[in-house]
Design a protein around this ligand. Structure first.
Ligand code: SF4
Length: 499
């Protein structure tokens, strides 16, 4: 469907944030937008700077067993989202309910979505069907809340994940995790619920909030054992029944600090929530103490758990030192934890940027980092992260794709946060030395980066960008005329501002 076929709001997209917001408010979704504004405070970057936020919730749904996902949005958005999800190995179909200007404005789109969920709701195949409104249906007020909450025993969960209300794909994970926990909490309150496939623990559990490297929950479980506790499910969960077990915990560890809606559900269930994570020596000691406090355990029990792991962590950190200046930035929510680990390994980390907002669950990490010379920037923009990388001249820049790309152009060694840092354990003794190998190897590449930079100097930039069969036909006279036009336009804009 091309943009001219659509009503004005539908012709927008990632770059029509204000128009979309206005349209959504007119369409009666102010309450939702206000809640998102409170849950995910915005600024300085107020529009997606990375991939579409809905990818976060889409991926959470696609990774769950017996859960079907359906998107409702512009074809181009759905194309991008399905492409990325299959690129990341979804191996699952993504349902799509298309629309045109007529079905959008007449309400037929909602009927089509309702028909689609009725068709999909097969209890032999699914526990739940998740329907997601992307930007245009949200801005048009397509009322997913009016879908039946259950069909043939299959739960129907409708969420709105607009780019103009949910700032990052990390927070979109929370939108779906929160909606599912809300549903599961009400089910548990109404009567007995099923146990997860893997059974339930006979010890009190700590639910872990945030997607981690697969070994991390096991390592956390080992650290909790001396206190008579066990690691509970990881939220976002992998099957519906795990949601009940997650709610049925003694405390919640907000390992990733942006799960505001999920925390709301745990608090409604009466569970205490604690921040930070067991990373490095200081982080693990403080986290185990906080767990002990949440469960009302004795000082001896906490000391036993600490003594069981802290010497090994100290040893691992000492055995794998990191020397050099490193800037860290990303959008996963674990940036502060990674920075802590690097500092404890011996690195100088002057800047930590995270696309996530400040929250009570990252406060202790931010304080610790500041006391150790790191300036933390919440909701950092791509411009902030690049400026830090350029201005601080690090030996290594850890960041998102565009930051890494810019660093490479400058000959600065760099590592992708998502692919290379998040793919390693961070917690306890296993995490203590895990970053050193990859980080030190990257820093050792500076001379090679310099050689590559010298080799490619001037290629692909300015007049040499693109493919040319001969020398570029540079017309200085055109450039001068164009420059004059731009200056005139800027002067006119300035004059208008002054009126
Ligand atoms: S749904 Fe995602 S890709 Fe589409 S306009 Fe919104 S933010 Fe952009």
């Amino acid at each position: 469907m091309s943009a001219p076929d659509l009503p004005p709001v539908a012709a927008g997209g990632c770059h029509a944030r204000d128009e979309m917001t206005q349209a959504a408010r007119k369409a009666g979704v102010s309450e939702l937008l206000d809640r998102y504004a409170a849950d995910y405070p915005q600024g300085p970057h107020d529009k997606p700077q990375s991939m579409c936020p809905a990818f976060g919730s889409l991926r959470v749904g696609l990774r769950m067993k017996r859960v079907a996902t359906v998107l409702s949005g512009s074809a181009c958005c759905v194309y991008g989202l399905t492409f990325v999800s299959h690129f990341y190995g979804a191996r699952r179909s993504v349902g799509y309910v298309p629309f045109n200007s007529e079905s959008l404005v007449t309400g037929k789109l909602f009927e089509d979505i309702r028909d689609a969920v009725h068709e999909l709701a097969d209890p032999d195949r699914y526990d739940a069907v998740v329907v997601t409104n992307l930007c245009v249906p949200t801005a048009s007020g397509v009322p997913l809340r009016l879908l039946p909450s259950e069909i043939n025993g299959v739960r129907i969960v409708g969420i709105d994940v607009p780019g103009f209300g949910v700032p990052t794909h990390a927070e979109a994970k929370d939108v779906l995790a929160g909606a599912m926990l809300n549903y599961a909490r009400k089910e548990a309150e109404a009567g007995p619920v099923a146990a997860p496939e893997g059974g339930v623990s006979d010890r009190p559990t700590v639910t872990l909030l945030g997607e981690m490297f697969p070994a991390d929950p096991m390592i956390i479980g080992q650290m909790l054992a001396p206190m008579g506790l066990a690691a509970g499910p990881v939220v976002p969960c992998r099957e519906w029944r795990e949601l009940y077990a997650a709610l049925d915990c003694g405390a919640v560890a907000a390992i990733h600090p942006f799960y505001t809606a999920a925390v709301r559900e745990f608090e409604a269930a009466g569970r205490p929530v604690l921040g930070s994570a067991p990373v490095g020596h200081a982080g693990t000691a403080a986290w185990l103490a906080a767990i002990g406090e949440a469960f009302g355990l004795s000082a001896e029990a906490v000391a036993a758990a600490q003594n069981a792991v802290l010497p090994a962590i100290r040893g691992a950190l000492a055995a794998s030192p990191v020397a050099g200046r490193i800037t860290v930035s990303g959008y996963e929510g674990s940036e502060l934890l990674v920075a802590r680990l690097l500092i404890e390994s011996g690195a100088e980390v002057p800047y930590v940027g995270t696309a996530c907002a400040k929250s009570p669950w990252s406060a202790a990490d931010a304080e610790w980092l500041e006391a150790h010379g790191a300036r933390g920037k919440f909701r950092s923009s791509l411009e902030d992260d690049c400026a830090a990388m350029e201005g601080l001249e690090p030996d290594l820049a850890i960041g998102t794709t565009p930051v890494v790309q810019k660093a490479k152009e400058r000959g600065t060694p760099s590592l992708y946060f998502t692919n290379l840092i998040s793919a390693r354990p961070l917690m306890g003794p296993a995490g203590a030395g895990s970053l050193a190998t990859v980080v030190n190897a990257a820093m050792g590449n500076r001379a090679r980066m310099g050689k590559m930079r010298a080799f490619f100097e001037g290629v692909g930039t300015g007049d040499t960008a693109g493919i040319w069969e001969g020398a570029p036909n540079i017309r200085e006279d055109y450039r001068a005329t164009n420059l004059k036009k731009l200056e005139k336009k800027a002067r006119a804009a300035k004059a208008e501002e002054m009126i």
